[in-house]
Design a protein around this ligand. Structure first.
Ligand code: DOR
Length: 311
């Protein structure tokens, strides 16, 4: 009997697959569909303190290899997602992960205070990697800024927190972010957010394909899988064992999930491909992953997690 159960510390997931924050998870209707699916839980659209319209349209474009987006955090505001999370938390090992993305340190701390004072007992995912806010940089590329916000947050925040990271590209960056994160009681990191500020060009129309920021936007899908695997592996080799890893980036098959777990992922999230397929993707990918495990004689994810071979 093959099991796809997973956990992050004491939080149990009845299936290793989740949606990635931002994809089909902005309304309670979409979130409920995910909770009722084969997925092991849902992640809410990254919230800001107040509801936000986001950037101008068109702001997302699918391509044969994935997608580019510059949504700009359109969301219903923290209160909306916190209420959903409180009402739906921890039913049948289906976790609700509450994602937040303040536009400043103060906004993040304000939201963490609200979560601390609420009845929510699940995981909060602090998104320090949104690439699409005009004039703002991705916080987690500034290692001292990450240390500053975590120092301030852990003074009062006693619940469990994960950090959504951007992709890193230099091994020295892996060393630096790991050195910061290892100083805090973080439950998990989630690698990766979209690869920020890519540019998709349409040669026929001689134009960019999305409107905000002159066409620059975050890449997801096939473009990002090797970068995502490098970040999962690179961080697993550097983070203390108490910090779990959620692998996100380029997953569209059971084989992709298998690769993320070999690199050390405890749980995985599906963004672009879930956007294309909807909740049926969790059935298909679960089935594909079980077939691969059956062929190899594995019965649990622990049998191969982190066991990637080098040459
Ligand atoms: O690619 C992304 N798009 N990552 C984020 O963190 C936020 C989102 C958006 O709303 O722009």
């Amino acid at each position: 009997k093959i099991s796809l159960k997973a956990n992050i510390g004491k939080y149990r997931f009845n299936n290793v697959l989740l949606n990635a924050a931002g994809i089909r998870c902005a309304t309670t209707d979409e979130l409920t569909k995910i909770l009722h699916s084969t997925a092991g839980g849902c992640v809410t659209k990254s919230a800001t303190p107040q509801p936000r319209e986001g950037n101008e349209s068109p702001r997302m474009k699918a391509t044969p290899m994935g997608c580019i987006n510059s949504m700009g955090l359109p969301n219903h505001g923290l209160d909306y997602y916190l209420k959903f999370a409180e009402e739906n938390q921890d039913k049948n090992d289906n976790q609700v992960i509450l994602s937040i993305a303040g536009l400043s340190v103060d906004q993040n701390l304000e939201m963490l205070h609200k979560i601390q004072d609420s009845s929510f007992t699940g995981l909060t995912e602090l998104n320090l990697s949104c690439p699409n806010i005009k004039g703002e940089s991705q916080i987690a590329y500034d290692f001292e800024a990450v240390r500053d916000i975590l120092t301030k947050a852990f003074k009062f925040f006693k619940k469990d927190i994960g950090i959504k990271l951007p992709p890193y590209f230099d091994l020295h960056q892996f060393d630096q972010i790991a050195a910061v994160l290892n100083d805090f009681p973080i439950a998990y990191v989630n690698s990766i957010n979209s690869i920020g500020n890519g540019l998709v060009v349409n040669a026929d129309t001689e134009s960019v394909v999305i409107k905000p920021k002159g066409g620059f936007g975050g890449l997801g899908g096939d473009y990002v899988k090797p970068t995502a695997l490098a970040n999962v592996r690179g961080l697993r080799l550097r983070l203390k064992p108490e910090i779990a890893i959620i692998g996100t980036g380029g997953i569209k098959s059971g084989r992709d999930v298998f690769e993320h777990i070999l690199c050390g992922a405890n749980v995985v999230q599906i963004g672009t491909a879930f956007g294309f397929d909807g909740v049926s993707i969790f059935d298909r990918i679960s089935k594909e992953l079980k077939e691969i495990m059956a062929e190899k004689g594995y019965t649990s994810l622990d049998d191969f997690r982190g066991k990637l071979k080098t040459l």
